[in-house]
Design a protein around this ligand. Structure first.
Ligand SMILES: *Cc1c(COP(=O)(O)O)cnc(C)c1O
Length: 387
């Protein structure tokens, strides 16, 4: 096996429970788009049953995969849905996001009539992220019109924030004000139809309690990764999050290299002294960012070792001169713990010039994932690790 991801579903559930408690009485919905941020869509969705009030996905096929696995948690598709997908989505009872009043709305109503069942929708409002959403000024009319359409069932109205990772964010306060102003004309309707208002992703849910409304949509925090260092510094004392994912591989070979020798493509690295260079069987095609060249680290034998030379498509070099016992077959940890040392997704991502979100979301679906079940973990045994 070239590399392996170990996903601790017990840690995932504990994070989810803590988040749910942290945002209560607002409801907690978990975002499981992008293969559950690289953690594996169906196992994560299943582990969150009974903890998350809803699951948010990006695409219709993700919603269908969750239903095919027999998971009944309410679903919201955040991204665009094609007309040809509407019948399947309707049969799966997944809600869709609506952000314009054009022809698509008629297709939605048509799909609903076919099933003689109103199509569940969440109305999206753009309050300044300038991505998807009705103009704030047109939102009230849209909600009023949709609420009187017997083809749709307006379950929610929501917006998405642009700058909620910052502690002092005037922009976030402004976006929330725009959201509230947009809804003010239909306040009674929203109450009467019990339309859920939501705005917060992980960071806003932590830093801006006013943004929690009826529901929060927490992705990254569910996986035990902080949305930003500032968020962590501000909230970690009140909210414990455990990393869920560990990423390991093994050294293919360890080579003795003389001083001055070039390592890898482009002769981008020369050994400064007689060195021992280990070769990893994974590269950027397996999710290790190429930008770790000259900056990255990994854990071998409980120690931090530098990534040297350019990261290749399928191979990477580490300098293990400081780990005399390193040999072909030694475990290399890219994310996770080895002895006393720990390397977090965020730290590795930071060394690559990106964020934890991107690092985990780009872990290829083909990398084998091993799931530690909650029960096995709490009994103190790592039985699943031998499976
Ligand atoms: C991805 C996403 C989220 C979750 O964001 P996190 O920062 O991972 O919690 C919430 N809402 C929308 C609309 C999203 O696209």
């Amino acid at each position: 096996m070239i590399a392996e991801l170990t996903i601790d579903l017990g840690a995932l559930r504990r994070n989810a429970r803590r988040l749910a408690a942290h945002v209560a009485p607002s409801h907690y919905a978990a975002v499981v788009k992008s293969n559950a941020y690289g953690h594996g869509l169906v196992p994560v969705a299943r582990a969150l049953e009974g903890v998350a009030t809803a699951l948010c996905v990006y695409r219709a096929d993700e919603a269908l995969a969750i239903r095919a696995a027999g998971i009944a948690t309410p679903l919201l598709i955040l991204g665009p849905v094609e007309t040809r997908e509407l019948d399947d989505v309707s049969a799966a009872d997944a809600a869709i996001a609506l952000w314009d009043a054009g022809a698509f709305r008629n297709e939605v109503a048509r799909a609903a009539r076919k099933r003689e069942r109103r199509f569940p929708v969440h109305v999206k409002v753009d309050t300044g992220t300038t991505r998807l959403g009705f103009d704030a000024a047109k939102t009230a009319d849209a909600i009023a019109s949709l609420a009187s359409d017997d083809g749709v069932d307006v379950r929610g109205v929501y917006t998405h924030l642009a700058a909620a990772e910052e502690l002092e964010s005037d922009y976030t306060v402004e976006q929330l004000q725009r959201f509230e102003r947009a809804l003010a004309p239909v306040e009674a309707l929203v109450r009467e139809h019990r339309i859920a208002r939501h705005a917060a992703a992980s960071a806003a849910a932590m830093l801006f309690p006013a943004s929690r409304y009826d529901l929060v949509r927490a992705g990254i925090a569910t996986y035990g990764i902080w949305p930003s260092p500032e968020t962590r510094a501000a909230v970690a004392h009140a909210l414990e999050l455990e990393p869920v994912l560990a990423w390991t591989t093994k050294l293919v070979v360890v080579r003795d290299v003389e001083a001055g020798r070039s390592v890898g493509y482009g002769c981008g690295f020369h050994a400064q002294r007689a060195s021992r260079i280990g070769v990893l069987p994974i590269g950027y095609a397996e999710g290790l960012p190429r930008s770790l060249f000259g900056a990255g680290v990994a854990l071998v034998g409980g120690r931090r070792v530098p990534i040297v030379g350019r990261v290749c498509m399928n191979m990477t070099f580490v300098d293990v001169t400081g780990v005399p016992e390193a040999h072909a077959g030694s475990t290399v940890t890219l994310v996770g713990c080895d002895g006393e040392e720990r390397l977090e997704a965020d730290e590795l991502a930071g060394l690559a010039g990106t964020i934890g979100y991107e690092l985990v979301a780009r872990l290829p679906a083909e990398v084998p994932r091993r799931y530690l079940e909650a029960e096995m973990r709490t009994s103190g045994r790592s039985a699943a690790l031998t499976g």
